[in-house]
Design a protein around this ligand. Structure first.
Ligand SMILES: [Zn+2]
Length: 254
């Protein structure tokens, strides 16, 4: 296997949009890859669908304060990976469903920023191995993102109110499903694993023990890379509309 095969996306130039449910999701599952793409000159845009208002064991913190903290931490973490554009949608944490309203809000951002690549959760995953249940918001965010990409974002007649806002249809080329059930593409993050670790540490309200989290992230990335002969990797399910158009990327790993 050539070096080249793990350099997907680093030579292209289009924007990359990371659509996730919660503050810390983008760093946790795709931070090394996003950092590589940003370093290659791609514009990174984050869209966080929920307000990050849950998942705290601090009995003294008020919801409004928690939302503000989580959003600031997310902006800091995004900046650490090279992302200046962070959009927060106002859906309640832990209550996310893939509704038409969520779909419309995602189509708005896709048409506004016009990404070439979208990274989001694999919506088919209910559990991981024998030790983790996928957060229902993660599934819902992935389902909403895919429905926004196809057919809604590209169809002129869907959500005419967005057209009225001046947002023209947009075709996303490539999709990378993170935390996938069946990965078919591995990105070498050996050069960016420490940036991922550093970005993750910015989520202070969620990372009680940064050293333990760092060890966990390195262990996950080592495990993902193992089968492909890489020191550190992130695994994805890769889907490309270019494949359908017949100009298939020959290096796609099946
Ligand atoms: Zn999450």
């Amino acid at each position: 296997m050539s070096e080249q095969q793990h350099d997907y996306g680093v030579t292209g130039g289009g924007p990359v949009m990371a659509i996730f449910a919660h503050p810390d999701d983008p760093e946790f599952v795709a931070g090394g890859t996003l950092a590589r793409w940003a370093a290659a000159g791609r514009q990174l845009i984050y869209v966080l669908i929920t307000d990050g208002s849950k998942g705290s064991s601090d009995p003294t913190i008020a919801t409004e304060a928690l939302i503000e903290t989580r959003q600031q931490e997310q902006r800091d973490a995004a900046r650490a990976l090279g992302c200046e554009d962070v959009v927060f949608l106002p859906y309640e944490d832990a209550m996310l469903e893939p509704t038409i309203a969520v779909r419309r809000d995602l189509v708005r951002e896709i048409r506004r920023y016009r990404p070439e690549i979208v990274v989001c959760f694999d919506p088919t995953v209910f559990w991981v191995g024998d030790s983790y249940i996928q957060h229902p918001d993660h599934r819902a965010s992935g389902e909403a993102a895919l429905a926004a990409i196809f057919p809604a974002a590209r169809d002129r007649l869907t959500f005419p109110e967005l057209l009225a806002e001046g947002l023209e249809p947009h075709n996303v080329d490539d999709i990378y499903l993170a935390s996938p059930a069946n990965p078919n593409r591995w990105i070498d993050i050996s050069a960016t694993i420490e940036r991922k670790v550093a970005a993750m540490a910015r989520h202070r309200s969620q990372v009680a023990d940064p050293e333990a989290t760092a060890r966990l992230l390195r262990a996950f990335a080592r495990e993902a890379g193992q089968a492909r002969g890489l020191d550190y990797a992130e695994a994805f399910r890769f889907i490309s509309f270019n494949n359908m158009r017949g100009s298939a990327d020959e290096d796609v790993e099946r």
